[in-house]
Design a protein around this ligand. Structure first.
Ligand code: RB5
Length: 150
């Protein structure tokens, strides 16, 4: 799969590990920055890069990282068509796909250790959306469209 990955400085250490892992698994990985754990940057700037990669179709999925995963998930979800899910364990990683058809996985590098984070990535990518939840996702899409018209 084609996967776009980005992080702010708080997420940077985990980004390198996730990218190595995804490449080893045979995925086509695009690094959208940032490139330092010590140079402070703003997570919305990186959230939007992942979000645009996914909604444009240049990536099948996005992975967005910051210190907690909170800020970058909030920012990514501002882009129409993005369903970004902050996960903390294997169950939420799997359900983010099965129930919410999430297209961006968010993790916190300061809150989730790297072994669990890599397992969450695998669980997220392996899971498939369940059709019984589609009507709810359609309501989210409708909310996006109505918000644009207000
Ligand atoms: C950056 O210091 C930190 O605020 C950011 O990585 C993230 O945790 C915000 O939600």
């Amino acid at each position: 799969m084609k996967i776009a990955v980005a992080a702010d400085h708080g997420g940077y250490p985990l980004k390198a590990e996730i990218m190595t892992h995804l490449s080893a698994e045979g995925h086509e990985v695009t690094d959208l920055g940032c490139n330092s754990a010590t140079e402070s940057v703003d997570y919305p700037d990186y959230a939007v890069l992942v979000a645009r990669a996914v909604v444009s179709g240049s990536a099948d999925f996005g992975i967005a990282l910051c210190g907690t995963g909170i800020g970058i998930s909030i920012a990514a979800n501002k882009i129409s068509g993005v369903r970004a899910a902050l996960v903390h364990d294997l169950t939420t990683a799997r359900l983010a796909r099965e129930h919410n058809n999430a297209n961006v996985l968010c993790l916190g590098a300061r809150t989730t250790d790297s072994a669990l984070a890599l397992a969450c990535v695998d669980a997220f990518l392996k899971a498939q959306p369940e059709a019984r939840h589609q009507a709810r996702l359609d309501k989210i899409t409708a909310l996006e469209q109505s918000a644009l018209q207000e």
